[in-house]
Design a protein. Structure first.
Length: 116
């Protein structure tokens, strides 16, 4: 993908553009406590630990941009999704890169949104 130098990956700035234009679905695979601290308001949360049990919740017919904190877990999830037939790419650098690239983040509950 453009801007990453990695196959099956997309740079955060490009992911922001794709999700904002509704050309892809942002799939956040972090755990609930990470999501609560800060996440994209455009994302769908299905933690990596629950993905197998919730696989039927994934949208079909849409490109999935898979994101985690820094890109490591999401790379594993992306590879597994491709293996079973999904059009999925990893967001390089995860939510850390998303925030640095100017992507909006929101928190659940009180306090400022953050990506730790």
């Amino acid at each position: 993908m453009a801007g990453t130098g990695e196959p099956n990956a997309v740079a955060a700035k490009d992911a922001i553009a794709e999700v904002s234009a509704e050309r892809a679905v942002l799939l956040d695979v972090r755990e609930q406590h990470e999501w609560d601290l800060g996440h994209s308001p455009l994302a769908t949360l299905i933690p990596m630990s629950q993905l197998q049990a919730r696989i039927d919740e994934l949208p079909t017919g849409h490109r999935l941009l898979v994101v985690c904190h820094s890109g490591q877990r999401s790379a594993r999830v992306q590879a597994a999704l491709v293996d079973i037939g999904y059009d999925a790419v990893n967001v390089t650098g995860g939510m850390v890169a998303w925030q640095l690239a100017g992507g909006e983040i929101v928190a659940e509950g009180s306090g400022p949104a953050r990506v730790d």
